[in-house]
Design a protein around this ligand. Sequence first.
Ligand SMILES: C[S@@+](CC[C@H](N)C(=O)[O-])C[C@H]1O[C@@H](n2cnc3c(N)ncnc32)[C@H](O)[C@@H]1O
Length: 257
Amino acid sequence: VSFAYDVIASDFDFHRALPSRVPEAIRTAILASINTLSPRLLDLGAGTGRIGRSFVTADDDYVGVDLSLGMLQEFKRTHGQLNSSPRLVQTDGEHLPFCNATFDAVMLVQIFGGLRGWRRVVAEARRVLRPAGALIVGHTVHPADGVDAQMKQRLASLLGQMGIRPERLNARDDALRLLESEAHTNACSVAAMWNAERTARGFIDRHWTGAGFSVLPEPVKEEARHKLGAWAAATFGSLDAVFLEQYRFEVQVFKFQ
Ligand SMILES: C[S@@+](CC[C@H](N)C(=O)[O-])C[C@H]1O[C@@H](n2cnc3c(N)ncnc32)[C@H](O)[C@@H]1O
């Protein structure tokens, strides 16, 4: 079965790379939130290992799972030069092949965009989590008025005018609400902050390779690219005008005991 992430796997890191110190800062924040020495960690939706790689490099007790074989192959390929090989399993997060209470922490990093069966994935994450374990939701926070946010909003309205009604693609808010209602404790922290250069062209190049967008028909993507490009050139002066913006990575830790 073809899966949108298989198609974009080789492009994923190129467009969405984090500054080199950020994955290690995220690892440090995650380990600090777990009260166990040498915790067993599950990274559900590990993808290309953008974040998981830092755990593998440090020889942590880490298992990464993902529905997309292409993303996991990319994880393995980019990690190939190092000694320890990542423990990766291709599986659907809705049906994890692990016993109850196996892990001290389950990480759900940047996986809710486009995730249809999010309730089942969250339930599975909780099932394989030990009673005293931590369920960790992580994501990058973009500036609300930044280039990407403005471009995304404009693109949504252009697609609306073209009769394309995008599905509601991000279940993160719903998942967070559910977890907040079920958790005994819940703490949010900023694992890393960094400045990133943003351009309208960068948004277009990245978005056009995104898992959700890349599956739209070519003529729709072409017309949208043309209209969005024209709007961006008028709004920002040029598609290549550079804006320095502040990004941060937030980690929300849920415990149930
Ligand atoms: C945006 S990527 C994030 C990858 C990684 N966590 C990161 O932050 O770099 C989302 C990942 O979730 C995976 N995914 C989506 N639905 C899934 C499911 N039902 N079970 C397991 N993985 C899934 C995709 O294949 C993709 O690799």
